[in-house]
Ligand binder design. Structure first.
Ligand code: AHM
Ligand code: MG
Length: 348
């Protein structure tokens, strides 16, 4: 048995010790999030049993009404953060408006944005889902936080991370000092350092995209994906396809093994499907810190100035050379003098 392990708490504290001016608030905030996500992990573990344990399909063993897991996860994260005095405002993919911390609690210096349970449609089939979070320093000067504290470009994030509830539960985060991964040891209930300083391969093995949207993409995007299939060996070596439909799981696999994830705009989602603030920006911060990159096809994701809480964006993210291939190819294919290729069914 290995008796020398690094808990997430010790790791966060050790990192902070390197900064003499650090007050410890960000460290504690990360630890609050780690605690909240452990509660979500515990709820997910029992998800398949809820109907078995509930007495009448609506009540659980304590007689409380069952909540949908994404609502439960949302409440857990809010409750983990609101009373701490470290946060002035929150905002969640599950809620329409910003969530200022309640008046009875002190307002702190951070704004926290989160997607409490991303990919929740996968829960029913026991596939991986995740929580994504993003932290900004407040820019308002006093009181409860405001919309301005939330609507900041991704390059201003002070921390971002995700927790993946998969075959094991993992937390991966960055504070701008590299990307570090922790695996939850369920026997002791602690996240232990398992993946220090993650660097994503410059060229990946995988591409990840929902191919059922192929006919809804524009021609440049179809050209790109044909290249990823291996149809244009003069441009790029073909890759292997992997797609779960759960951003955290798709991103995590590509982060570790190398690859590119795409959720482009299509005729059904003309601005893309994924949300800039809760999904694209935090993942882009992690990708860049792991030496990968992220773009909407034209702009670096971290440079986009948000204009709305639930703004969507196309997303191309992962291994740096692969994201570069996609962006360069889109740029070349957009040149109006080049005739568009005839629309063909994909070669699968
Ligand atoms: P959600 O926030 O409603 O869960 O939707 C986001 C999810 C992502 O996890 C995933 O990348 C994407 O939707 C999958 O979409 P699709 O089913 O269209 O491929
Ligand atoms: Mg989501």
């Amino acid at each position: 048995m290995n008796t020398s392990v690094t808990t997430i708490e010790r790791f966060i504290m050790d990192q902070e010790d390197r900064y003499p001016d650090a007050t410890g608030e960000l460290s504690n905030l990360l630890y609050d999030l780690a605690l909240g996500t452990k509660m979500i992990a515990a709820a997910i573990r029992r998800a398949g049993l809820v109907d078995v344990l509930g007495s009448n399909h609506t009540d659980n063993v304590q007689g409380e009404e069952q909540q949908k897991l994404d609502v439960l996860a949302n409440d857990i994260i809010k409750n983990s953060l609101s009373h701490t005095g470290r946060v002035c405002v929150m905002c969640s993919e599950e809620e329409n408006e910003i969530i200022p911390v309640p008046e009875e609690y002190e307002a702190g210096k951070y704004a926290v944005l989160f997607d409490p349970l991303d990919g929740s449609s996968n829960i029913d089939v026991n596939s991986a889902v995740g929580t994504i979070f993003s932290i900004y320093r407040r820019i308002s000067l006093e009181g409860r936080g405001t919309m301005a504290d939330i609507l900041q470009p991704g390059c201003k994030q002070v921390a971002a991370g995700y927790v993946m509830y998969g075959s094991s539960t993992m937390m991966v985060y960055t504070t701008g000092q590299g990307v570090h991964g922790f695996t939850l040891d369920p026997t002791i209930g602690e996240f232990l350092l398992s993946h220090p300083r993650i660097i994503t391969p410059r060229v990946g093995k995988y591409y990840s995209v929902n191919e059922s949207n192929f006919a809804r993409w524009d021609r440049p995007m179809q050209h790109v994906v044909r290249g990823l299939h291996g149809d244009r060996p003069d441009e790029i070596t073909g890759k292997n396809s992997r797609y779960i439909g759960s951003l955290v799981a798709d991103f995590h696999r590509n982060l570790i093994a190398g690859g590119v994830f795409l959720y482009p705009a299509d005729t059904k989602n003309p601005r893309g499907k994924l949300r800039l603030l809760y999904e694209a920006a935090p993942m882009a911060f992690i990708a860049e810190q792991a030496e990968g990159s992220a773009t909407d096809g034209v702009n670096r994701i971290l440079d986009i100035e948000p204009t709305g809480l639930h703004q969507r964006t196309p997303l191309v993210i992962g291994s740096r050379n692969d994201v570069g291939y996609v962006a360069d190819t889109l740029r070349r294919q957009m040149v109006p003098s080049r005739p568009a290729e005839p629309l063909q069914a994909p070669v699968l």
